[in-house]
Design a protein around this ligand. Structure first.
Ligand SMILES: Nc1ncnc2c1ncn2[C@@H]1O[C@H](COP(=O)(O)OP(=O)(O)OP(=O)(O)O)[C@@H](O)[C@H]1O
Ligand SMILES: [Mg+2]
Length: 355
């Protein structure tokens, strides 16, 4: 099946700096995709190219198989909300939302009715007469969202739209945006550098680093099967273990301080002696006073315990290998800083990532 939106080898250079390096991406109709990555990794640049505000140095953007090159931004039927994409201060909320319809030649009664309906959809019924300065930050973001959606765009681009909001409002808006996106079925790209936001909202996450895509996968896959060391470190916490394969058929490797370690099935082609990088998430490790039967065990010296209330992070060493273990609050009372304990895990929580 043909994807709805396609980026083919999109590269962008500014002078001799490469901001995007051969980005390939395919997004399905109705999908909610999040661009996640550190500052400067190319997320906004990619959106600007899709929207038509920047031109790719090479490569192409296609919607339903047709190239967008040659189309001006307003001809692309794309709704956009940027973090600093301010509302018109001298227009009311309703006039702001009506504006894109006015630009498209939709006359007053129909246009204003559509704008009012859209304000209602974003939860601002009765706020149409207010000016932006009479609205809270969250309400202004809703007006911006309504303005981006009112002309029924085929694509919605949201660049860190919740960055300026406090935590509670941010979470409320996350739920609102998902609800509206589902109700309208509009294909959406949402940019954030907040991993929790990306995990909770997306059908798929695109992880950017230094102008390249590191992984495109569902939130659970990105979390549980990070493809690269960067993704493993950027999303959640990981214990990263360098090892050497000793028996590929039995999925066994050996690591300097841990000894033999069995890993989950992997897609890599391996032979005896292949150097590999293994990861174990801190919450997949059990901590106990005595070795656990049927699991891989190692002795860990506990160095630091960081309490978070309902859980704690126990940081220690197995030989010289640093290890982080996430334990539920009640379990942490069994050990103290400076003591030795046992850490254990099962092979299915040991994933291999690309070197
Ligand atoms: N007009 C420009 N001229 C020169 N360099 C630019 C320009 N626009 C972006 N860049 C550079 O391209 C890189 C990618 O920028 P981009 O804005 O896409 O990052 P981002 O992933 O959106 O980051 P953030 O999370 O901080 O918003 C950065 O190093 C940036 O400095
Ligand atoms: Mg940006």
């Amino acid at each position: 099946m043909q994807s709805y939106l396609q980026l083919n080898g999109v590269t962008k250079t500014f002078g001799d700096f490469t901001a995007l390096q051969k980005v390939d991406l395919a997004i399905d109709k109705g999908e909610f995709v999040t661009f996640l990555g550190p500052s400067g990794s190319g997320k906004t640049t990619t959106l600007m190219i899709i929207a038509g505000f920047e031109k790719a140095t090479c490569g192409d953007v296609l919607v339903e198989g047709r190239s967008l090159s040659g189309l001006a931004p307003h001809e692309r039927n794309i709704g956009i909300v940027f973090q600093n994409y301010a509302l018109f201060p001298h227009k009311t909320a309703l006039e702001n939302v009506y504006f894109p319809l006015q630009m498209r030649g939709v006359k007053h009664p129909v246009g204003l009715k559509n704008a009012a309906d859209m304000l209602e959809l974003v939860g601002l019924k009765g706020f149409g007469h207010r000016y932006p300065k009479e609205l809270s930050g969250g309400q202004q973001q809703r007006v911006a969202l309504a303005r981006a959606l009112v002309f029924e765009p085929s694509l919605l681009l949201l660049d860190e739209p919740l960055g300026a909001l406090d935590k509670n409002l941010r979470e409320q808006m996350q739920i609102e945006i998902k609800r509206i996106q589902r109700a309208l079925g509009v294909t959406t790209i949402f940019v954030t550098h907040d991993q929790t936001e990306a995990m909770s909202m997306s059908d798929r996450i695109v992880v950017f680093e230094k102008g390249s895509i590191q992984q495109v996968a569902t939130p659970l896959e990105v979390y549980h099967k990070p493809r690269t060391r960067f993704v493993a470190g950027f999303i959640g916490e990981s214990n990263i273990i360098e090892a050497t394969v000793v028996d590929p058929a039995a999925r066994k490797a050996t690591a300097e301080h841990i000894g033999e370690i069995e890993y989950a099935p992997s897609e890599f082609s391996l032979h005896k002696g292949t150097p590999v990088t293994l990861i174990i998430r801190p919450e997949h490790i059990r901590l106990s006073r005595d070795p656990k039967k049927g699991r891989h065990n190692a002795r860990m010296k506990v160095e630091t315990i960081v309490n978070y209330g309902d859980n704690a992070l126990v940081i220690g060493r197995v030989g010289e290998q640093s290890m982080r273990v996430r334990v539920l609050g009640a379990d942490v009372v069994i050990i103290k800083e400076g003591e030795d304990c046992h850490v254990s895990w099962t092979p299915d929580s040991v994933y291999m990532i690309a070197k």
